[in-house]
Structures are given as C-alpha cells and as structure tokens.
Design a protein around this ligand. Structure first.
Ligand code: PXP
Length: 239
C-alpha cells in the first residue's frame, strides 16, 4: 500500500495569518524525502488553503506524483489542463463545508462528468473519482471510463461502535474487490488516522491511502518526517 499525503492543512495554518509560512510546498518535499509516494492538494473555488501559486510550484517540485483534488467546474478543468498533474481526483465541493463531506453524486450529472473526464484523459491525466462505498458507484465509474476510484472512508472513521465500524469496513472491502475485479485502481481516504488505519491497510485491493488531517496534526508534535514514517510503518505492517 502506498501513502499519499494531503498537504492542504499546512496551507490552512498559513492562511490563518495570511502570511507566507508554513509553506505547503516545503511540506511536500519533506513528505517525499520521508517516504510518501504521492502529494495531494485540493484547490478549492474559494482558495481557502491551497492557492494557484502553491499548485504551480508543486507541479514543478513534486518528484513522486501530484494528485489535484478539484470540483468538476470549467475553471478547475482549465487549471488542471494548464498544470498537468499526474492525477485529478474529482470531488464534490460545497462552499460552506469544513471538509469534503461525501462522495460524488455521479448519477446526478453523468454527461458533465463524462465531458470533464474525457477532457482530462485526453491530456494523459489519470482520473480518480471520490465515491461513497456503494456498488452502483463502481458501475458509474466504469461507464465514465475513470482510471481510479477513491473510496470515501469518512463514514467508517466516524462510526462510534465496533459493530457499525465493521459493517462499514465490509462495505469498503466489497467495493474495493468489485472495482479491482473490473480493472479500476482502488484507493481510499478521508478521516484515516493512526488508530483506524490498520483494518484499511489489511484490504489487499486498496493500493493507496490519502491522508491529511491526522498526519499533519501529529506532525505539529512529532515533526513531519516522524509523522510520515510512523504512518508508513503502520500501512506496511498492518497485521
Ligand atoms: N481524500 C479526499 C478526496 C479528500 O477530500 C480529503 C480531505 O481533503 C482526504 C482524502 C484526506 O482526508 P483527511 O484530511 O481527513 O485525512
């Protein structure tokens, strides 16, 4: 399993003061030298954390692969095509949300997604769809010719009881296996942390996890390199 690190939260701290530090571009470099296999950032319409300058510099400096999370809007498609990240992850975006609250509602706008995905793929950008763990979403991802599905693990992360957690985990595992059988690359993310990662790391079809908040939070106390190494140890030694 690979670890991709979302560095938005470093930019969130910078934006709290509206100044220039801490710099998410430097964070990305430290994550990479500590073993991360991908860097993720979400350019939001309101630029509340990552901004256009960050994205431009990340594209120039990231040595592993850059995954740009974005809404399927005309503005973002234009930016993605100018920037050419290795991966675009399409996510739903609501201005008032604190973080991405759910997966894409693909059936609500199939034609729009079809157009956006074909524009991105024409530029050799791999397209990932952030979806809730429902079997129908795998059918949609195939129909849309997506390359990757990222399974939204937010609900799993928020479950309070062991029973609910196991139920959600089994939904995630069965979607992962269904999607992988159909040739999709499977990743997962949202709300994953040092306590809840092990069962996810034990699902063989999940090739990569995308982690932001818990890793950057830990880094405040332990330093970024140690936070990355601790997570890598867990995902590589899950049993
Ligand atoms: N994957 C996607 C698509 C996301 O939107 C986010 C949050 O920005 C993450 C993964 C990472 O979530 P977290 O910050 O809770 O680790």
């Amino acid at each position: 399993m690979r670890l991709a690190i979302n560095i938005d939260h470093v930019a969130t701290i910078r934006e709290a003061r509206g100044e220039f530090e801490p710099d998410p571009v430097i964070a990305a470099g430290i994550c990479e030298i500590s073993g991360a296999e991908g860097i993720v950032c979400h350019l939001r319409e309101d630029r509340r954390h990552i901004n256009d300058r960050d994205l431009r510099l990340l594209k120039e400096t990231v040595q592993t692969k850059l995954d740009l999370e974005m809404a399927a809007t005309d503005e973002m498609v234009k930016i993605a095509i100018e920037t050419l990240p290795e991966i675009v992850t399409l996510v739903p975006e609501k201005r008032s949300e604190l973080t991405t609250e759910g997966g894409l509602n693909l059936s609500g706008d199939m034609q729009r997604y079809k157009d956006v995905i074909s524009e991105l793929k024409a530029k050799d950008i791999l397209v990932s769809l952030f979806i809730d763990p429902e079997p129908v979403n795998v059918d949609y991802a195939i129909e849309l010719s997506a390359d990757i599905i990222e399974i939204h693990t937010g609900k799993y992360s928020n479950m309070r009881t062991e029973k609910d957690k196991l139920m959600e985990l089994s939904k995630i595992a069965s979607i992962a296996s269904l999607a992988s059988e159909q040739g999709l690359i499977v990743t997962a993310g949202h709300g994953l942390n040092y306590k809840n990662i092990i069962p996810i790391a034990n699902i063989p079809e999940i090739q990569e996890v995308s982690i932001g908040h818990s890793l950057i939070s830990r880094a405040v106390f332990t330093g970024l390199q140690k936070a990355v190494e601790d997570m890598l140890y867990l995902i590589r030694n899950p049993s």
